[in-house]
Design a protein. Structure first.
Length: 547
């Protein structure tokens, strides 16, 4: 690999006495959805006005109080959408819309026109601060870069000075993670000194991981380091905005919260430029999974998935945390076994808390249907038993389950596929239930003789129909005694169990019987019939056929 092609593009902070590693997240941050801006600008085909309206309504329903609705100067659609929200009174009083602008006079002017009449607005101005951007993209010195930010805010203040509504400002030193930290502090403090925030008019300083260039602990160091060095810190709301270039956008945001961030920008399911933005659904559900109120209403997750897929025209990865198709599924035997035992335990003990060794939240809490177990060649008896019990009512004895599991494993191995519950049941039925290949019970009658039972049975044995009769201590014992002389094989009943299948008065019974022969080999059979005597005799005959 051509690793010599690369070098670190972040600045390590030497001798920094960081405190964030000792901390824990204790409450939800201020959430900001940037789906309609950062998410939208990353789409093959940006959303139409109508799509943005529907997406916006969904974000409001979820409980976002700050929503970046667009980059009004970018296009007519972006501008008209902001106007549509305002002119049609679609923004609830407790929701602030946020608009993004570059520090360029005509773009700022258009942005200000777009928000006229809105009650609560965050005007978000950015300019890029990293060495590479300063040198290569802007051709600006540090001082000129600071000047660009200040001029933008000066213009905004002038244009908005008579605006009667509640306007807040947000400043982002774009490409913060690749910026020298002393310069990041210098430019943020210059903006703070220009805007002079106070306790009643706080300024949002957003430190974006515009591109993710380090492990999340480095980002956390950068956040804590800058946070401690901001002027008027108590009048600053420190915000983070992490992208996912190294696949750690969520972790970066979470560690940034430990490091002092109070506000998190991101998107639903992580849509956004390139590899995406921090996934707010995951961060929020991570909080819920440790008992912290996420302050977002995510229980109707299917609606969010629907909106996401419809308007972003993107799929959700089947392994996506919490929402992927396989998020609540286990294939491997030991996982299935542990999941099943824990679920049984929780039900038995009426547990107050969700505790499961492999599934971090109860899927029901986000309205997901339960499909915890799928069966393939990696599965074991726990999972197979779970499917037979929950879908079909069969509670197989452990030894029978073990016997059946090897058949299922080889079936799935041959097919190279997941087995559907119906296929598993069908395999069980064909192999064990009411078998009559060589020995068949055609008719029988039982007479009680004192405490004993006499059976007269019409049977077909290897093609020949026979009338058999015997007396035993019960119908099953009597049939064993009647059959033994007819077949060239010794056998004893080793195990017997039964249960009702359907739980109704007309319910069918299932009997499981294990026969052992001379050399101790055990053969299982099962019988199903509404009459319990018949189901047990069928189970015996089934086992004999298999033996
Ligand atoms: C990290 C982020 O996500 S930032 C947000 C990025 N989002 C978007 O860009 C989506 C919307 N953008 C657009 O529609 C367009 O880019 C517009 C309308 C904003 C501007 O379009 P244009 O003026 O045609 O040009 P373009 O986008 O190429 O702009 C590049 C120019 O803007 C300058 N520029 C870029 N960002 C900024 C900024 N934050 N402040 C001031 N100037 C900036 C560049 O230096 C360059 O200047 P130059 O023309 O003198 O070389
Ligand atoms: C505009 C800024 C906050 C941004 O999207 C980024 O830096 O990723
Ligand atoms: Mg971004």
């Amino acid at each position: 690999m051509n690793y010599q092609h690369y070098k670190k593009s972040y600045f390590h902070i030497p001798n920094f006495k960081r405190t964030w590693p000792e901390k824990e997240i204790t409450h939800a941050p201020v959430w900001v959805s940037v789906d309609l801006r950062d998410g939208n600008q990353a789409l093959l085909s940006p959303m139409t006005l109508a799509e943005k309206v529907e997406f916006f309504k969904c974000l409001v329903d979820v409980g976002f109080k700050e929503i970046e609705v667009g980059f009004p100067a970018a296009s007519d659609t972006e501008y008209s959408f902001v106007r549509y929200l305002i002119d049609n009174d679609l923004i609830p009083d407790d929701v602030s819309i946020q608009v993004l602008t570059q520090s360029r006079p005509h773009i700022i002017k258009r942005t200000v026109e777009a928000i006229a009449g809105a009650k609560n607005v965050i005007v978000h101005l950015y300019n890029s601060t990293s060495f590479l951007q300063r040198e290569v993209v802007f051709g600006n010195t540090r001082q000129e870069t600071i000047q660009l930010a200040l001029e933008g805010f000066q213009q905004l203040k002038e244009l908005l000075k008579d605006n009667p509504n509640h306007i807040r400002y947000e400043y982002s030193p774009e490409s913060f993670t690749c910026t020298e930290m002393d310069f990041a502090i210098e430019i943020c403090n210059a903006v703070i000194d220009e805007l002079k925030p106070g306790p009643n008019h706080k300024l949002i300083i957003n430190l974006p991981s515009t591109i993710e260039v380090s492990t999340p602990n480095i980002y956390a160091d950068q956040i804590e380091y800058v946070s401690e060095r901001l002027n008027r810190r108590s009048s600053i709301i420190l915000s983070v905005h992490a992208h996912n270039d190294r696949g750690t956008g969520v972790a970066s945001s979470e560690l940034a919260l430990l490091a002092g961030a109070q506000r998190v920008e991101g998107t639903l399911f992580g849509n956004g430029e390139r590899t995406g933005n921090a996934d707010l659904v995951v961060i929020a559900l991570n909080l819920m999974s440790v008992g912290i109120d996420p302050k977002l209403e995510l229980s109707d997750i299917d609606r969010l998935i629907h909106i996401y897929k419809k308007f972003n025209k993107l799929p959700i990865h089947p392994r996506h945390p919490y929402v992927g198709e396989f998020a609540y599924t286990a294939f491997s035997g030991s996982h299935q076994d542990a999941i099943r035992k824990s679920m049984d335990y929780a039900q038995r003990t009426n547990a107050e808390f969700w505790e499961n060794p492999y599934i971090t939240i109860d899927p029901k809490d986000i309205n997901r249907s339960y499909e915890p177990i799928m069966i393939n060649s990696q599965s074991g008896k726990g999972g197979i038993g779970y499917v037979l019990e929950t879908k079909f009512g069969y509670m197989l004895p452990k030894a029978l389950l073990q016997d059946f599991t090897s058949a299922i494993k080889s079936l799935s191995d041959r097919k190279h596929a997941v087995l559907e519950p119906d296929e598993i049941y069908e395999a069980f039925r064909q192999e064990y239930i009411n078998r009559s290949d060589n020995i068949e019970l055609l008719e029988y009658h039982i007479h009680a003789i004192g405490s004993e039972s006499e059976i007269t049975a019409k049977m077909k044995i290897y093609g020949e129909t026979k009338e058999l009769k015997a007396v035993g201590n019960g119908p099953l014992d009597a049939l064993c005694l009647a059959i033994r002389p007819e077949i060239n094989h010794k056998f004893e009943i080793a195990t017997y169990s039964e249960h009702a299948l359907d739980g109704k008065s007309s319910s069918r019974a299932v009997t499981y019987i294990a026969l052992s022969d001379n050399d101790g080999t055990v053969t299982w059979g099962a019988g199903v019939h509404p009459n319990i005597n018949t189901s047990s005799l069928y189970a015996l005959v089934s086992a004999l056929n298999r033996m």
